[in-house]
Design a protein around this ligand. Sequence first.
Ligand code: NAD
Length: 254
Amino acid sequence: MPVTAYDLTGRTAFVTGAASGIGRACAVLLAEAGATVHCADLDTHGLDGTAALIKDAGGTARTHPLDVTDRARLGEAVATCARLDVMAAVAGIMHSSPVLETRDEDLDRVLEVNFKGVLYACQAAARSMLASKTPGSIITMASGAVDTGGAGLLCYGAAKAAVVQLTKTLATEMGPHGIRVNAVAPGWIRTPMTERHDVAAQARTEAFMSRMSPLGRVGDPEDIAHAVLHLASDASAFTTGQILRPNGGVAMPW
Ligand SMILES: NC(=O)c1ccc[n+]([C@@H]2O[C@H](COP(=O)([O-])OP(=O)(O)OC[C@H]3O[C@@H](n4cnc5c(N)ncnc54)[C@H](O)[C@@H]3O)[C@@H](O)[C@H]2O)c1
């Protein structure tokens, strides 16, 4: 595969959750590969930080402060891209509660952001790609939790399982139009999401996850960004409906 297959010069990408962690790393790497990157997130300050990183790297960024659960606003933002080649729907939240203590409002909120937010991004992207006859690439963010389950992960895992179902369904429906749809299911990645634990608990979890990985470490956001770049680019032209698992080889950690 020629290295030029990863070249996104002249293409436009839209990244949700671009203000932090994995989404920020994706936005920066896609820009470094040559794409103009539209960055969307709730966090305006974080978006400015991502745009500055892209500018420093010689790239081009546009920012869209928005909530991915606002379907209309997200659609308007996607519509500002004259032609959309890549959607990376990364925005998400963590929630942990035992099944017996899980409240309806917890489940509703996690499904709202982690599933419906991804669905709205996928719908807006697919509509744009269909209208412009662009053979684009849509990438969703699932999680290793889909494979493993895990104590406390009912809401989060259910939403991510729904994202996998969305990915496979949309890939089937969009394939005839040349539009590819794939998911990335990361293992444990050191980001502000996973750093919100107290320091001692975080160190214990990272040590445990590192021991479970044949590679002996947890992931960095850039590990996931490279998986996203692969799926965004022509290097994966024959790949659709797949779940890519950059997880350090962790099979069943719980
Ligand atoms: N970090 C991990 O170990 C890990 C593992 C598997 C999957 N993931 C997934 O990767 C994605 C990114 O996670 P991260 O670790 O970078 O987390 P993060 O908290 O660093 O980043 C998430 C971003 O999403 C944004 N966001 C949250 N709700 C939003 C909303 N309603 N509208 C717009 N933006 C919103 C936040 O503002 C934040 O910038 C998530 O979908 C997460 O579930 C993370």
